[in-house]
Design a protein around this ligand. Sequence first.
Ligand code: DAH
Length: 339
Amino acid sequence: MLDKIKKLLEEINALSATTPEEAEALRIKYLSKKGEITALMTDFRSVPAELKKEVGMRINELKNRAAERINELKAAAAIKEDTDDELDLSRTAYPLHLGSRHPLSLVKNEIVDIFSRLGFTLAEGPEVEDDWHVYSSLNFADDHPARDMQDTFFVEAHPDIILRSHTSSVQARVMETTQPPIRVICPGRVYRNEAVSARAHCFFHQIEGLYIDKNVSFQDLKQVMLIFAQELFGPETQIRLRPSFFPFTEPSAEMDVSCTICGGKGCSMCKGSGWLEILGCGMVDPAVLESNGIDSSVYSGYAFGMGIERIANLKYQVRDLRMFSENDKRFLEEFTSAY
Ligand code: DAH
């Protein structure tokens, strides 16, 4: 009996299998109910009493070893099977499929990069805001139409809590916690109560800029805006500033860039005018500085704000605003080569 066990042990140690099925056949051969090792148990009954202890131990060892060996063979065969079919030594080490950046992130990053080079740092604020930071501290009169329910989303049951309708709220937050010099750029999502269409959406993205120091003048604003426009749209780009009105800047202006398609000659993109409007800007109203704890007799500053979708439309000619938020892979994959 002991000889038989020894022989089986040698046999087990020498087993091999190339597929998981072969390994399973070995398990059946040795360890199933009718297997060779199980059969030893029947012979065990006729072993003389004085040898039972020793023989029992050897059978157990054999059983354990067989189970271990067959499991090893099974695992090795499974790995081999997995890699055999697909083993392609010419493949690159990291065949990772990376996603692409969203076009709005591409444009936002580009704008933030330009202003970083001009010394602006990033600032962010909450999307769920209070009336003070979105409107009151920025000099909006109590009856200003932007405060209307038609334009602003209110958080129900809290008339003072709203979804910010512009990133100018971040200006207010920066001013209340920082003394000049301040030079920040504030990208973020904003919300307006608009019916969704190809040309309007109930949420979109803006970038706000704020510069406050001693002796900041309109000339500084104009020069920085020109550099920005030429960095973003190319060195030939011209700008023009048209007088406008915003409650938080005085004087205020709207800025146009020479048409990115026709260069100013007039085309369908610029509706024949040669100019495209891209942002609002102006000198921070002294009343806004004072509301936010900055001494307007010492400091002055400029601010500007632009829509990221608007600029992305100019760069990529996306005709329907809804494309930006629908996550259609065919659209998003058009931007895979850019970053
Ligand atoms: N907050 C304005 C808007 O949403 C944009 C804007 C205009 C921001 C002029 C400014 C500015 O900082 O000076 O339409």
